[in-house]
Design a protein around this ligand. Structure first.
Ligand code: SF4
Length: 425
């Protein structure tokens, strides 16, 4: 690739959506940096604004369009590139926006720099088998390392397999190489991310468990966290391995999506509530104080009042730490969007709020259960009103008066004084 002819060209990134997007934005920014561009804050004046988009809900897409319009109003001479899932799935809704100069989906976004330099709008051939390993490096403490992309499952509500293609990953050896690069960037915590991380290696005869076993052998002072893993892919061996590891944190993220078997079936999920409950029990047996975060969707089209009641009771009695609640919105390209009977929007929101409240209760209970423990907290650089923040191994937030020498350091903290969703130290 040619070196940039104009070293003063400024590029700014804004990332919406998931951790994978953050990881990839960081990588793409690095390609611009390496070619002589200057990366500036999104609030500053830039020549090129890159919006890394999300398609998870219709609201996310609307937010993205609003952002693009206000960008053009504030920076009429700048070029705007929209990349990522939204531009992959609905490029047609962006093509009609005169504000947008470049549209790159998930398979050609790594080529944005060439596109920008050639100033063409024609997209190259998509290669939905391309795997580009990335890690985020903007935040010195934590790096999101992409170990897997795409998904083979086609849950009926989900647009991601259409936006990101089939499951794929590098080999363990190649993944270890990029892990070392992430470590050398100075981070102290690496979060393994992907669309369906548990499927790592399935097309080249390796397993996710083998990957984390190999990562565990890397000599460094930092720690690893797992991101979301499908319940049926969270094996006993993986749970036992995390329980015995000093480097992998006792923090799990399990997508439940629906707490009623009838809705799980309509969603084409590959497990039922009994398997999910059994996975949670296994984690609790091995790691009684582990954080277990759970994704759930409120108001899926087939969810009756009785289904919701069943789901609420199931979640209430299952020993999880908190929920990420998503209000269901139809993605036009998915089979679920064709279901005629839909839950009215006001009811979806009501259910979402009820689950949100349940999540807050669960989080408070989880935090309370940790009172009296002494935990290793990795403090981060951000400060707010003279306080700095960090997370325990099991993802409890701790605040303490700012001390520069504690940034990026792991400190033993007694968890005694709890205030809302943070412990004070
Ligand atoms: S497993 Fe996850 S990414 Fe794959 S289709 Fe289902 S919800 Fe979407």
């Amino acid at each position: 690739m040619e070196q940039n002819n104009n070293p003063h060209t400024k590029v700014a990134f804004h990332t919406l959506g998931c951790k994978l997007n953050f990881s990839e934005s960081s990588y793409i920014a690095k390609t611009f940096l390496e070619h002589g561009y200057e990366i500036v804050d999104f609030k500053d004046t830039a020549d090129l604004y890159v919006v890394h988009s999300c398609t998870v809900t219709a609201i996310a897409e609307k937010k993205c369009r609003n952002l693009i319009r206000s960008l053009k109003t504030n920076h009429p001479d700048a070029k705007i590139a929209v990349i990522g899932c939204y531009s992959e799935i609905h490029p047609e809704t962006l093509e009609v926006m005169p504000e947008v100069d470049f549209i790159c989906g998930n398979f050609d976004k790594y080529d944005l720099i060439n596109r920008y330099e050639k100033a063409i709008r024609q997209q190259p051939e998509n290669d939905k088998t391309l795997f580009v390993p990335t890690f985020s490096s903007g935040d010195r403490t934590r790096s999101f390392l992409k170990v897997q992309d795409g998904c083979d499952y086609f849950c009926t509500y989900c647009a991601v397999p259409y936006a990101r293609g089939r499951s794929r990953s590098n080999t363990i050896a190649e993944t270890l190489k990029i892990t070392r690069e992430a470590i050398n960037s100075g981070c102290r915590e690496i979060v393994l991310t992907g669309v369906n991380v548990g499927d790592f290696g399935k097309h080249h005869g390796e397993t996710f468990l083998q990957l984390i076993q190999a990562m565990d052998q890397i000599e460094w002072e930092g720690r690893f966290r797992l991101s979301s893993i499908e319940p049926e892919l969270m094996s006993d061996e993986t749970i036992d391995f995390v329980a015995d590891s000093n480097r992998f944190m006792p923090h799990f993220h399990l997508p439940l999506q629906a707490g009623s078997d009838a809705v799980l079936e309509a969603m084409h999920r590959r497990y039922r509530t009994d398997l999910f409950a059994e996975r949670v029990e296994r984690i609790r047996q091995k790691l009684p104080l582990a954080c277990i975060a759970v994704d759930v969707i409120a108001g899926f089209s087939t969810e009756t009042d009785a289904d919701f009641e069943t789901a609420y009771r199931f979640i209430e009695k299952t020993d999880i730490s908190y929920l990420h609640v998503f209000t269901y919105s139809e993605r036009p390209e998915t089979p679920a969007a064709k279901i005629a009977n839909r839950v009215p929007v006001h009811l979806r929101r009501e259910r979402s709020q009820q689950l949100q409240q349940l999540s807050e209760q669960k989080k408070t209970d989880f935090y309370r259960r940790n009172i009296g423990q002494t935990e290793q907290v990795l403090f981060e650089a951000d400060q707010h009103k003279g306080m700095m923040f960090g997370f325990t191994r099991n993802y409890i937030r701790v605040a303490t008066p700012y001390r520069k020498e504690w940034v990026n350091k792991t400190i033993d903290v007694p968890l005694e004084k709890m205030e809302d969703d943070v412990f004070l130290f």
